[in-house]
Write a protein that binds this ligand. Structure first.
Ligand SMILES: [Zn+2]
Length: 273
């Protein structure tokens, strides 16, 4: 085993021994002492998110020093890396990255980073309607969320749906949900290249298909009741004018004068199964 490997193994062994004897808080304490003493073996120990421990834990090479499972990098590590890089730039008198970063921040945040006695100087431009309160990924819930304060009473929450198939917009008044809307990724790319084939099946969104089936589809008992057929022997009769859409277990008219051109195209498409 190489020297570095050996040194790292000792960190794992020592921390595990401490954990077994005294629990994870003592390991965190041990790591902070070793780092304060500039122990080179602990130089690369970071705080990372460990799913198995369900907590932020000291880790080395993305391995949790408590349980030995893989960990994930945290935003703080990224922030620290950027700070280190900025310091190098400053040493050479280069402030361009900082300038770019600060320009991305909200005016309110910038003003508040100055001493309070200077806030008044900038009150003329410090009057935004929107204020981004946070943008975070919630490990436990498994989704990302942005909260935007709107005007005096409102708040908008933008939530990713968890599977990254789209996002949810929740609008709150002082206390209550005022409006909500779900936007699917696949609905965001329409209109771009559908001019040649307006009824290309790829242009029918899931939502549109579901709506169509909800509007026009009927279960066997419903359609039989309407037409006066026996449920046991209706298939042949129904198949003259309807097709059976297996996935929804519904009968859908093959053609209908009630259909719009687009609905007819959806019917033709669904008929293919
Ligand atoms: Zn762990």
């Amino acid at each position: 085993m190489g020297k570095v490997k050996k040194q790292q193994q000792k960190v794992f062994d020592d921390c595990y021994a401490i954990y077994e004897k005294n629990g994870y808080e003592k390991v965190i304490w041990h790591v902070s002492i070793e780092q304060a003493n500039n122990n080179p073996a602990y130089k690369d120990v970071n705080e990372e998110r460990c799913e198995a421990c369900d907590n932020t834990m000291p880790s080395l090479n993305h391995i949790c020093l408590i349980c030995g499972q893989e960990t994930r990098m945290s935003k703080q590590q990224l922030v620290d890396a950027v700070i280190e890089d900025l310091k190098k730039g400053f040493a050479q008198g280069d402030y361009t990255v900082l300038d770019e970063l600060l320009n991305k921040l909200q005016i309110k945040t910038l003003v508040q980073s100055l001493p309070e006695e200077r806030w008044d100087e900038f009150k003329e431009i410090n009057n935004s309607y929107f204020e981004i309160m946070h943008q975070d990924f919630y490990e436990d819930a498994g989704f990302e969320e942005i909260q935007i304060h709107c005007g005096e009473h409102g708040s908008v929450y933008l939530k990713q749906d968890g599977d990254k198939l789209g996002f949810i917009v929740d609008v709150y008044g002082e206390n209550d949900l005022v409006d909500t809307m779900t936007v699917w990724e696949e609905d965001l790319n329409d209109g771009a290249d559908d001019t040649d084939e307006p009824f290309d099946p790829n242009n029918f969104s899931m939502v549109e298909k579901e709506d169509f089936i909800d509007t026009w589809g009927q279960y066997t008992d419903e359609v039989c009741a309407e037409l006066g057929y026996e449920e046991d022997s209706c298939d042949d009769l129904l198949e003259v004018d309807y097709f059976y859409y297996e996935r929804s277990r519904k009968w859908i008219p093959k053609c209908s004068s009630m259909y719009s051109e687009r609905e007819q195209a959806i019917a033709d498409y669904l008929k293919l199964g």
